[in-house]
Ligand binder design. Structure first.
Ligand code: URA
Length: 228
């Protein structure tokens, strides 16, 4: 298991790969490293540019997806809809091929997770979410141009509000909700684009696209219009 981070050191927005704060997640990482040594098996760093105006917050890496590839949502079922939608709305360019060395690049967008290490059964404990929030807080603080955050699911929503010291009761989670936060950042909520939610049609591609269409009101495209 990774060494416990030096608590006196200034905290950056990205954990060390073998972050040592959560014993249960560290033990799972170690076990995965023995079973699948070619996988990433570490705290998955945020993807994209810190100068971006949009931050997307997911839940946690999937075992055989982001935990394997080392890039959020990459190789995860949830990444199929997420990256297709980002490409459609101009928040990504290139081609998503579910591997870290594909040609996909994020445009004015960054993706992170509320919890950076893969949790057993995809379920981080409340203590793990709270512990990992120090990285989410630092991540948000170090995005000087941030205008909008998309929270994928309730855990991401709640953790983002806590990171920004906002009361949950003032900004309740609801799919397609848009919350103007005191920090001037707009928080958009979406159901998580997980296999369960898309297979049950709790979240359809159209519902997900509508969230990003609304985000474009707050983060207009800086690409020249293709219209004559
Ligand atoms: N993969 C991620 O990186 N995050 C999620 O929330 C789901 C899958």
């Amino acid at each position: 298991m990774g060494a416990r981070p030096d608590t006196a050191a200034p905290l950056g927005p990205e954990p060390p790969k073998l972050c040592g704060y959560c014993p249960r997640l560290g033990a799972l990482r170690d076990a995965n490293q023995i079973k699948a040594p070619s996988w990433f098996n570490g705290a998955v760093p945020s993807f994209g540019n810190a100068g971006a105006r949009l931050l997307i917050v997911g839940l946690a890496p999937g075992l055989k997806g982001a935990n394997r590839t080392g890039r959020p949502f990459t190789g995860d079922y949830a990444g199929e809809l997420l990256y297709a939608t980002l490409l459609e709305f101009g928040f990504a360019s290139g081609r998503y091929e579910a591997r870290i060395d594909d040609s996909l690049q994020l445009v004015d967008c960054m993706i992170t997770n509320a919890v950076r290490c893969v949790p057993p059964e995809n379920k981080p404990t409340p203590a793990e979410i709270t512990t990992c929030r120090r990285y989410l807080t630092a991540r948000i603080a170090q995005m000087p141009n941030l205008k909008a955050i998309v929270a994928l699911g309730r855990v991401a929503h709640d953790s983002t509000l806590s990171a920004l010291e906002c009361r949950k009761s003032s900004f309740p989670f609801a799919h397609a909700a848009r919350h103007a936060l005191p920090s001037k950042v707009v928080l958009f909520d979406s159901f998580h684009c997980s296999r369960y939610n898309t297979n049950t049609r709790r979240l359809t591609p159209e519902m997900f696209q509508a969230v990003f269409a609304a985000v474009r009101d707050v983060v207009p495209s800086q690409q020249p219009s293709r219209r004559a």
